[in-house]
Design a protein around this ligand. Structure first.
Ligand SMILES: [Zn+2]
Length: 402
């Protein structure tokens, strides 16, 4: 999605790749043998991309907004993932199937998916219609730092890789991974040209924890996980400088959230190569102060949208996240918002062959019915659901969300 919509336009594709785009009349003359499918009064968008989600958590219910991220981890995520039977291969399969179904129902063709249960999620996602960057998640800190190699082996395993599933790596967050773990993941990513993602600056308490080992995250380790020790390295200067110190910003790292960012930190991000993935409805769920996404974009930082998981978002409808942005910032041109779930999202998950309708790119399209001359705005202002979906040139039926 790089230019304005083409009125009475069309797109020609073969074997999963886009051949040409332009006015439909011109294309018909140029490709007289093409099979014609008339989309009627619709807009053909690049296939939507959800740049940050955790499909294995689709069956977790977020409940009421928590006072703090740590309360949510302790009272929602841990009980619902540790509960007897909640993490069996069967329940993980059910969660993945539910997640894939939601994605397709909302017009999403590709995801940046974070997974701890890679052995189960990757084969299921590989066999789904979605295109997936599967970031294997690693947590290894304090008394659990010795689990790094074991977890790294699972997270970086490429056994399920295919044309539609690419393996990436995700050191979870500065409050769950030590510098050694980050270094291990970054070295793997650089050596093998792999995508890497981390949660960063999600709450203001990350800075406190890094600097002085105090605050809610220390409580989580000491009481919730019961695995703290004092050998965890400290860092003064906050999570964004920490990411720079670790070398993450010299690589196209996906930084999920970045909800807390001062002016100097904005400048640091602008000097780096990383992308920020803002999850508007999850951000709202936790009640963070306004996100600085517009200033990030103005400084040239690549900002995409994601939903995060169903444990903090009502569902995986990334268009509803764009609708929230449109409500927050009606002055931002709709095209810029749509780019955050297409072209910019493709860049965030290191999938340059998707995210726009250009020749040679993947034939991924999401179709929406429209009635007005400004369909990009119309979809953001009305409850319009997608009416067609193509992934790598194949048309898939749109299921109901549940
Ligand atoms: Zn997340």
């Amino acid at each position: 999605m790089t230019g304005p919509p083409i009125r009475d336009g069309g797109v020609v594709f073969t074997t999963g790749r886009i051949e040409a785009i332009g006015p439909a009349n011109d294309l018909q003359k140029k490709f007289p043998d093409a099979v014609i499918q008339d989309a009627g009064n619709s807009i053909i968008l690049p296939g939507l991309i959800n740049a940050h989600t955790h499909l294995e958590l689709t069956l977790i219910q977020g409940g009421n907004p928590p006072p703090h991220l740590v309360d949510w981890i302790e009272k929602t995520v841990i009980p619902q993932t540790m509960r007897t039977g909640a993490s069996t291969p069967e329940t993980i399969q059910q969660a993945i199937q539910a997640g894939v179904r939601q994605c397709l129902s909302f017009g999403v063709t590709a995801v940046g998916d974070i997974s701890k249960q890679c052995a189960q999620t990757r084969p299921a996602l590989r066999d789904s219609p979605l295109q997936v960057v599967s970031y294997g998640e690693i947590q290894a800190m304090a008394q659990r730092r010795g689990l790094l190699e074991e977890r790294f082996a699972i997270a970086s395993d490429t056994f399920a890789e295919s044309d539609s599933l690419r393996v990436g790596i995700s050191p979870h967050a500065p409050y769950t991974v030590e510098p050694e773990g980050y270094a291990r993941c970054l070295a793997f990513a650089k050596k093998n040209n792999r995508p890497i993602a981390t949660h960063l600056a999600e709450t203001a308490d990350e800075a406190t924890f890094l600097e002085s080992h105090t605050g809610p995250f220390r409580h989580l380790w000491e009481v919730g996980v019961n695995a703290w020790d004092n050998a965890v390295p400290r860092f003064a200067g906050g999570p964004i400088r920490y990411a720079r110190h670790l070398g993450l910003l010299d690589y196209p790292t996906l930084l999920a959230h970045v909800n807390y960012c001062d002016d100097d930190e904005l400048q640091i991000l602008a000097q780096g190569k990383s992308s920020v993935v803002y999850c508007p409805r999850t951000h709202k769920f936790f009640g963070h102060p306004p996100h600085r996404w517009r200033e990030m974009l103005a400084r040239g930082i690549n900002v995409a949208v994601g939903t995060d998981s169903c444990a903090s978002s009502p569902d995986l409808n990334v268009v509803d996240d764009l609708r929230l942005l449109h409500a927050i910032a009606p002055e931002v041109p709709p095209m810029q918002l749509w780019q955050m779930a297409t072209l910019r999202a493709a860049r965030a998950i290191n999938s340059p062959n998707t995210g726009s309708i250009q020749s040679e790119k993947q034939a991924n399209f999401t179709l929406f019915p429209c009635k007005t001359s400004d369909p990009l705005r119309e979809i953001l202002e009305q409850d319009i659901r997608p009416s067609g979906l193509w992934i790598a040139g194949r048309e898939f039926p749109i299921p109901s969300p549940r």
